[in-house]
Design a binder for this molecule. Structure first.
Ligand SMILES: CCCCCCCC/C=C\CCCCCCCC(=O)SCCNC(=O)CCNC(=O)[C@H](O)C(C)(C)COP(=O)(O)OP(=O)(O)OC[C@H]1O[C@@H](n2cnc3c(N)ncnc32)[C@H](O)[C@@H]1OP(=O)(O)O
Length: 213
């Protein structure tokens, strides 16, 4: 049976052959940003029923326009400086993914992956606070980048989370992750999200395992 590594490699290679130049990426990122705004307004609008119906019809027509140009495959991923992976379609960092916040990650010379971001109403769990699964997604991804930056990438085998306090919506948050130990194919990464007051709201220990071929 083909392993996960070989299967991912095949997908990477197929997608890498696509022509996504920077001008096209910028145009699609702009479209994704507009769709993100639209999505937030779907939850927040006070428009009346008939106006909502008209807008729904217009959005349907816009979707049809894009569909008429044909369906391709999602963009590939590139590994840049310091192990930062640029995944344009990622649900966490993807500039082309309207479902992504998206968060931006940088890696410092000591291998710490960091991000500053704000999560709006689309990511709500308890009223006024971030959904725990969304916090987990952010920490999982940031930890994956830290594992890659350590030169030991892998798939998440385990993610042990502690929610210390509710993570507030709509205010600047920060998060960081760093690989702390490598044992054979396993890389252990510690991460946390901090609220605007600098206090930890969620923290995690993740284990990444490099799959066998
Ligand atoms: C092409 C390279 C791949 C890397 C790609 C990097 C590119 C991008 C990089 C970065 C940017 C993006 C960042 C993304 C971040 C998010 C990532 C995700 O969302 S990943 C999706 C969710 N995770 C899965 O779907 C995994 C599903 N599970 C599996 O495929 C397998 O179970 C796998 C590969 C994880 C391990 O399977 P086995 O058969 O290779 O290995 P076994 O023998 O089970 O485990 C190896 C060792 O690890 C330990 N282990 C396994 N799970 C553990 C756990 N939860 N805690 C502690 N140890 C664990 C075991 O006890 C064993 O240890 P002992 O060698 O005996 O000492």
């Amino acid at each position: 049976m083909t392993g996960a590594w070989t299967a991912m490699q095949r997908v990477f290679e197929e997608r890498d052959r696509q022509d996504f130049d920077e001008v096209r990426i910028a145009g699609l990122a702009e479209l994704a940003a507009r769709v993100r705004e639209l999505s937030e307004l779907v939850v927040l609008t006070r428009a009346d029923q008939s106006e909502v119906a008209v807008v729904a019809r217009e959005v349907e027509l816009l979707t049809r326009r894009l569909a008429e140009a044909g369906r391709g495959i999602p963009p590939g991923a590139q590994v840049g400086e310091g192990g930062i992976v640029r995944q344009l379609g990622s649900p966490v960092t993807g500039a082309l993914n309207p479902l992504a916040p998206p968060i931006e990650i940088s890696v410092s010379p000591d291998g710490t992956a960091r991000s500053e971001f704000t999560l709006g109403v689309l990511y709500e769990g308890p009223p006024g606070f971030v959904h725990g699964g969304v916090s987990a997604m952010v920490l999982d991804h940031l930890s994956g980048v830290a594992a890659s930056a350590n030169g030991t990438p892998g798939m998440t085998a385990g993610l042990d989370l502690r929610y210390r306090r509710p993570t507030p919506l709509g205010v600047p948050l920060s998060a960081e992750a760093k690989a702390v130990r490598v044992e054979g194919r396993k890389t252990f990464v510690e991460s946390r999200i901090l609220g605007p007051d600098g206090r930890v709201t969620a923290e995690a220990t993740a284990v990444f395992v490099m799959p066998t071929r």
